[in-house]
Design a protein around this ligand. Structure first.
Ligand SMILES: NC(=O)c1ccc[n+]([C@@H]2O[C@H](COP(=O)([O-])OP(=O)(O)OC[C@H]3O[C@@H](n4cnc5c(N)ncnc54)[C@H](O)[C@@H]3O)[C@@H](O)[C@H]2O)c1
Ligand SMILES: C[C@@H](O)[C@H](N)C(=O)O
Length: 368
């Protein structure tokens, strides 16, 4: 039966996944139809052992920061970074790194089996602004890639974390604040693919018992890694320009308010959510919020430290249209209630911390 199921899965059919799960669990397919309760199957790690974690798309803005926190928590060799790009030397030498293209499901499956992976953090993606410039690539990476991840995670009983975003909402969503559950009609391929990921993950959870976990991140701000082509990138770039030249040209209007978060809060939220006992999670997808600000607010806060900073505006119509349809703040009381989410950085702490990291003698380590 197992051989038959494997053969079917090789053809990537939904039915194949179902058969394989049955074969691996030794249950009849009728007994595992529509679990309803969404009870997760398969242990995420062997009793007492730390999880073995694979991070896809790990060389982007967020992967290295998350890997560093997870390695401190679970041990260096239990966290493997992967990407399709070659890592800089300091990342290559900081812990296990491996090539993995999420569009190559055979390679991905081998990696998971050979390394006994139990948790999968799926960071590969094409972000909002880049996605609008290359819809075909965004569809491939964000939708086909996601399908590969969910199928393989289901086959091998993994705990899988897929981040969503403020970009999963659109102009018809309530914007200030945006609740967990509301109308989601995004107008970018990035947003559409992230709503798809949320729904597919939840479907696999209820249908197959997949331990799917998803947080909707705000725009993330980091000092030692560069953003990958999103609408919120200005909020990272302004710090480097402020320190380097004292002038920043902003591609969003001065009054564009968006939810943002410092990277340390983002990766800590991800770890805490990954570790939360399944029975505390009322939902599989949660908003998390920290602060909201406009380019003007951010400029004024930076000017408290660097009064000579000059910001001019050259609005990019594509990014502005995207931002105008996104939340101004996220409502995240469910995350705070169910698994204890609490942010630590508001705007003043963010600015102090970023400027401390980005000093002239300590220019951004190009993590990515
Ligand atoms: N950074 C943010 O502000 C933010 C906010 C909300 C959600 N997110 C989500 O968090 C995740 C990580 O974001 P990020 O900012 O690090 O993204 P990023 O754009 O900086 O990095 C994405 C990585 O994916 C890799 N990638 C692309 N195609 C791939 C493929 N076929 N196979 C394997 N890897 C591939 C790229 O090489 C890149 O290193 C994404 O899913 C993103 O949607 C990010
Ligand atoms: C918000 C987030 O998903 C990403 N930084 C983007 O702007 O596309």
């Amino acid at each position: 039966m197992l051989r038959g199921a494997l053969k079917t899965v090789g053809s990537r059919s939904q039915c194949g996944v179902e058969q394989l799960i049955s074969a691996l669990r030794g249950v009849s397919s009728s007994s595992q139809q529509l679990s309803g309760s969404g009870r997760t199957h398969a242990s995420s790690c062997t009793d007492g052992d730390p999880p073995k974690i694979l991070i896809t798309g790990g060389l982007g803005q967020l992967g290295v920061g998350l890997a560093s926190l997870l390695r401190r928590r679970f041990g260096k060799n239990n966290v493997i970074l992967s990407d399709i790009r070659k890592p800089p030397n300091h990342i290559y030498h900081s812990g296990p790194f491996i090539f993995s293209d999420i569009l190559d499901s055979k390679n991905l499956r081998e990696l998971i089996v050979n390394n006994n992976i139990s948790w999968l953090v799926h960071y590969s993606a094409v972000l909002s602004a880049v996605g609008e410039n290359n819809v075909a690539l965004a569809k491939e990476v964000n939708i086909t890639g996601l399908h590969n991840i969910l199928d393989i995670a289901t086959e091998h009983g993994l705990r899988v974390f897929v981040p969503s975003t403020i970009g999963a909402f659109g102009p018809s969503s309530p914007r200030d604040p945006t609740p967990d559950l509301c109308v989601q009609r995004p107008r970018t391929i990035y947003g559409v693919s992230k709503v798809h990921a949320e729904l597919m993950g939840e479907y696999y959870h209820y249908r197959y018992g997949l331990d799917f976990r998803c947080l909707r991140y705000p725009g993330i701000i980091s000092a030692d890694s560069q953003p990958g082509g999103g609408t919120t990138d200005y909020a990272v770039q302004i710090f480097h320009a402020a320190v380097k030249s004292g002038h920043f040209e902003c591609n969003l209007r001065s009054d564009t308010q968006l939810p943002m978060m410092y990277i340390d809060d983002c990766v800590r939220a991800t770890l805490e959510f990954l570790e939360a006992p399944a029975d505390t999670l009322v939902s599989r997808t949660y908003n998390i919020n920290a602060m909201s600000f406009t380019p003007q607010d951010l400029t004024q806060e930076i000017q408290k430290v660097l009064p000579d900073l000059r910001v001019t505006y050259n609005v990019d119509p594509v990014r502005q249209a995207i931002a105008d349809g996104w939340p101004m703040a996220l409502e995240d009381s469910a995350a705070r209630r169910d698994w204890g989410w609490k942010h630590e950085y508001d705007l003043p702490e963010l600015v102090q911390t970023m400027l401390t990291h980005i000093t002239p003698g300590n220019q951004v380590a190009q993590a990515n």
